[in-house]
Design a protein around this ligand. Structure first.
Ligand code: ZN
Length: 246
């Protein structure tokens, strides 16, 4: 059974639709959305609609910090661009969208897999895993063999063996066997707002039988997505980010 894992959609409908179509062509039958469905992008309600339809068919859907912010949970250290987009997003959501976001869990465990938006250590603290120390903290907080997370918008793979945590930069399209002898933390990058210098959308495919993981990059119509951001009156930097992947 192949699972498609999509994180940080950020209200980018063009990227979301392109990734889902790609995943289906690659044989994905299950889906997991790891939070930050909204925020930054211009299509929060349309993206929630798409994700909600997948949830109705059994998909895992988590809550991210930008989903929290759109519900009114603005936090003090939010930067001005994030705050502006959160306020804009909050104004677009109806009751049904708010109810859907408010009911989302922070963590889901399934078999020996754990799905979380930020870190398994303190999921509601929204820690950015920026290196092996934070990755180790995340892995130490759970007994799961594989943790799937998002939040940092840059694809990265960490693994631990005998208490040592190592980092590995994955190559798109190249399957990595996640051996059972190690524990793994998969940070998949962002569907709707990549920040690693490549504007193509990120998602991953995990084969639960062979335990092989493939990071995917999907070219999509980021010109349209950026144009919508500008037309919505959202900060110009958010449009430029989509065009440049930075
Ligand atoms: Zn995000």
């Amino acid at each position: 059974m192949k699972v498609a894992i999509l994180s940080d959609v950020h209200a980018n409908l063009e990227a979301l639709v392109a990734c889902l179509a790609h995943a289906r062509r690659e044989g994905a039958e299950e889906f997991a959305f790891l939070g930050d469905l909204v925020g930054y992008g211009a299509d929060p309600c349309a993206c929630i609609d798409v994700v909600r339809a997948h949830a109705a068919c059994g998909a895992i859907v988590l809550r991210g910090n930008h989903d929290d912010a759109a519900l009114g949970g603005l936090w003090a250290d939010m930067n001005p661009v994030s705050r502006e987009s959160a306020i804009w997003t909050r104004g677009r959501l109806g009751d049904a969208e708010r109810e859907f976001l408010a009911a989302l869990p922070y963590v889901v465990a399934r078999d020996d897999l754990l799905f979380v938006h930020a870190s398994a250590a303190e999921p509601k603290d929204w820690e950015y895993i920026a290196g092996t120390v934070a990755a180790g903290r995340c892995l130490a907080a759970t007994g799961a063999r594989i943790v799937f997370g998002g939040h940092v918008h840059q694809p990265m793979l960490y693994f631990s063996a005998r208490d040592t945590v190592s980092a590995f930069t994955p190559r798109p399209g190249v399957a990595v066997p996640l051996s059972k002898g190690r524990r793994w933390l998969v940070l998949g990058g962002s569907v709707g707002q990549p920040r690693d210098g490549n504007p193509a959308a990120c998602y991953q495919l995990f084969d639960g039988v062979s335990r092989r993981l493939t990071f995917q990059r999907v070219a999509y119509d980021w010109i349209t997505a950026a144009t919508k951001v500008r037309s919505a009156g959202l900060p110009e930097s958010l449009a430029r980010r989509l065009e440049h992947g930075t």
